[in-house]
Design a protein around this ligand. Structure first.
Ligand SMILES: C[S@@+](CC[C@H](N)C(=O)[O-])C[C@H]1O[C@@H](n2cnc3c(N)ncnc32)[C@H](O)[C@@H]1O
Length: 254
């Protein structure tokens, strides 16, 4: 049945392409979880996906770009407190600490193995970092305890109702919420891109998760709808391209 707009009980049925998604776009989505989201998958497989994300982020400069986008948003704040949600490998937090002399980082993920691995690395003993387990949909922190919360390449993991809670929670605990996620290309282009990746999915866990990520990515109209569902007064600014990561900056009104 087609999505019928705006009602809170319907939000989980909203297409990833948004309420106005085309028929083809509606076909290009899945409820199938990524390896990263499954309890029945060996931790070694999940680690291989996280390591691939870490490596590709370094190679293509994404960690640097994400950190630069975050630091731009808090350029006027003297000793910013930053919360990273869904940190995975922690490299974005590492860049933030490297590129800001006084920023304080709370580095978090919902996955306890990722948190333990981050804590065992250099962030675990960094004087300006705290590493914690945390769910982005139920953030264990008081209101306005951070200047910025950042959630990179993780938002698409969440179904619409949970994704909407990230808008509510992120703007509750931080003055600004920065979500950076995969773009959702126009459907014909999306189809071509998926077709080029498909042959590698059975053998490369990173590609398997990449295809599912792409199918689960939200369009700009979906992102706006999710924010509005969380709270109509949340202000949303969208940036980003057709094939480059989407950048969402959300702020609670007032
Ligand atoms: C694709 S990885 C992204 C890692 C990293 N942020 C990056 O930019 O490469 C997605 C991460 O989101 C985390 N995640 C999924 N659901 C989450 C939730 N509800 N709260 C916090 N983190 C979550 C996963 O454990 C995983 O580490």
């Amino acid at each position: 049945m087609a999505y019928m707009a705006a009602d809170s009980t319907d939000i989980d049925r909203m297409p990833r392409g948004g309420p106005d998604a085309s028929c083809l776009d509606r076909l290009l989505e899945t409820d199938r979880p990524e390896y990263l989201d499954r309890d029945d998958v060996d931790d070694g497989v999940k680690r291989s996906v996280i390591r691939a994300l870490e490596w590709t982020g370094e190679f293509f400069g994404n960690h640097d770009k994400f950190a630069a986008t975050a630091l731009d948003l808090i350029a006027g704040v003297p000793d910013p407190k930053i919360l990273e949600l869904g940190a995975g490998h922690g490299q974005v937090s590492r860049k933030l600490l490297e590129n800001h002399p006084t920023a304080q980082l709370t580095v978090t993920d919902i996955n306890p193995v990722s948190v333990a691995n981050i804590a065992a690395g250099e962030l675990g003993s960094h004087p300006r970092a705290v590493v914690r387990e945390m769910d982005a949909t139920a953030i264990d922190a008081p209101d306005k305890s951070f200047d910025l919360a950042i959630f990179a390449l993780s938002f698409h993991h969440l179904r619409p109702a949970a994704a909407s809670r990230v808008f509510a929670e992120g703007t509750r605990v931080a003055d600004q919420l920065l979500i950076i996620d995969l773009p959702r290309p126009p459907a014909p282009l999306h189809l071509v891109r998926l077709a080029t990746m498909l042959p590698f999915a059975p053998v490369v866990p990173f590609v398997h998760d990449g295809i599912i990520s792409s199918l689960r990515s939200y369009s700009p109209s979906a992102l706006r709808r999710l924010a509005r569902h969380a709270d109509p007064s949340i202000e949303v600014e969208l940036r980003g391209g057709l094939m480059t990561p989407q950048v969402v900056i959300a702020r609670a009104a007032g």
